[in-house]
Design a protein around this ligand. Structure first.
Ligand code: 13P
Ligand code: SF4
Length: 313
């Protein structure tokens, strides 16, 4: 049997199981192409959280990473949330734990805590607001200007937010290894090789490349889903993409005929790539791996997450 035949067979098996189990399959834009293709909804962290909150399905299969499934479990505690591979962590979420956040808060009494969604439930429970790259600017703008803001854990997203909001933030020094690995030289090279292309940059990318890109009318700094909206609507035909390479498949699907190139082919998140079609099938068939959040902890984390879901477009 060829790979294409096997993929088609697995795809059909997954769709049949999803229907039989009244399950919805949610996939992040960084997932493998064949996993994106089997999903009911593909999107960014914000869109996925909103889908998880709104779905009427009994089961959510989360093709993404652990904090995303955990967020879904907090938003929809009555639903079964499944993560196909328990190893799907996040280096950024691992850069701060609840104890470190409590200590940081103690050093800044009265500050408002804004946590990126890439955090554990324990960290969210210590936070006032959550945000994603899709709505972080609007979340910051909700907070009175005189209030000190502790922003965590991504320093590059924090620095970008300072630029776009004009607010000074107190920033945790965390980073995502995939986005931090995209270097200014990668972008410089492309700016020379493809002067006709537009550059789409994720705000988790290193500040040097953002600073270079910032203010340049050929460059857009966007969350993954906003990159897709932008590419669809832009009259431009060629785009360079500075984020995890999984998004290229989604861009090609949503804006066929346009040309998309990753600024670095090795910008791959090993955690996102752990989910395969076989694991999605096994997850649905065997009800594994169920993600639950202890009720009291979920209660403390819910307000910050609900604010995130409600703020911004
Ligand atoms: P968004 O898809 O929300 O832009 O997030 C990127 C990311 O790194 C998720 O882990
Ligand atoms: Fe975490 Fe970075 Fe992977 Fe996103 S790309 S899941 S931030 S390690």
């Amino acid at each position: 049997m060829t790979v294409a035949m096997l993929t088609r067979e697995l795809h059909e098996e997954v769709r049949a199981l999803a229907e039989a189990k009244n399950a919805v399959i949610l996939a992040h834009n960084y997932q493998r192409p064949e996993v994106q293709d089997v999903a009911d909804y593909v999107g960014d962290s914000l869109g996925l959280s909103r889908q998880a909150a709104a779905t009427e399905a009994e089961t959510i299969v989360f093709c993404g990473v652990h904090f995303m499934a955990e967020t879904a479990a907090i938003l929809s505690p009555e639903k079964t949330v499944l993560l196909p591979d328990l190893g799907a962590g996040c280096s950024l979420a691992a850069s701060i734990d609840a104890e470190q956040l409590r200590e940081w808060k103690a050093q800044h009494p009265g500050a408002v805590v804004v946590s990126y969604v890439n955090t554990t439930a324990e960290v969210k429970a210590e936070s006032d607001y959550c945000c994603t790259s899709g709505n972080a600017k609007f979340v910051i703008e909700e907070i009175p200007p005189e209030q000190e803001i502790l922003f965590l854990p991504d320093m590059y997203l924090g620095l970008w937010l300072e630029k776009v909001t004009g607010r000074k933030l107190t920033i945790w020094l965390g980073e995502c290894h995939v986005h931090a690995g995209i270097r200014p030289a990668d972008i410089e090279r492309w700016q020379e090789e493809a002067p006709d292309a537009e550059l789409l940059v994720h705000p988790e990318c290193g500040c040097a490349s953002q600073a270079m890109a910032f203010g340049n009318e050929r460059t857009q700094i966007l969350s993954t889903e906003k990159m897709i909206d932008y590419a669809r609507r832009s009259p431009k035909q060629r785009f360079l993409v500075a984020t995890e390479t999984g998004i290229i498949h989604r861009l090609q699907r949503e804006a066929p005929g346009k040309r998309f190139e990753a600024v670095r082919d090795d910008a791959e998140c090993r955690y996102m790539k752990l989910t395969t079609l076989e694991k999605v099938r096994d997850s649905l068939r065997d009800g594994k791996h169920r993600i639950t959040v202890e009720a009291q902890l979920a209660e403390r984390a819910r307000l910050a997450i609900e604010r995130m879901v409600a703020i911004g477009s």
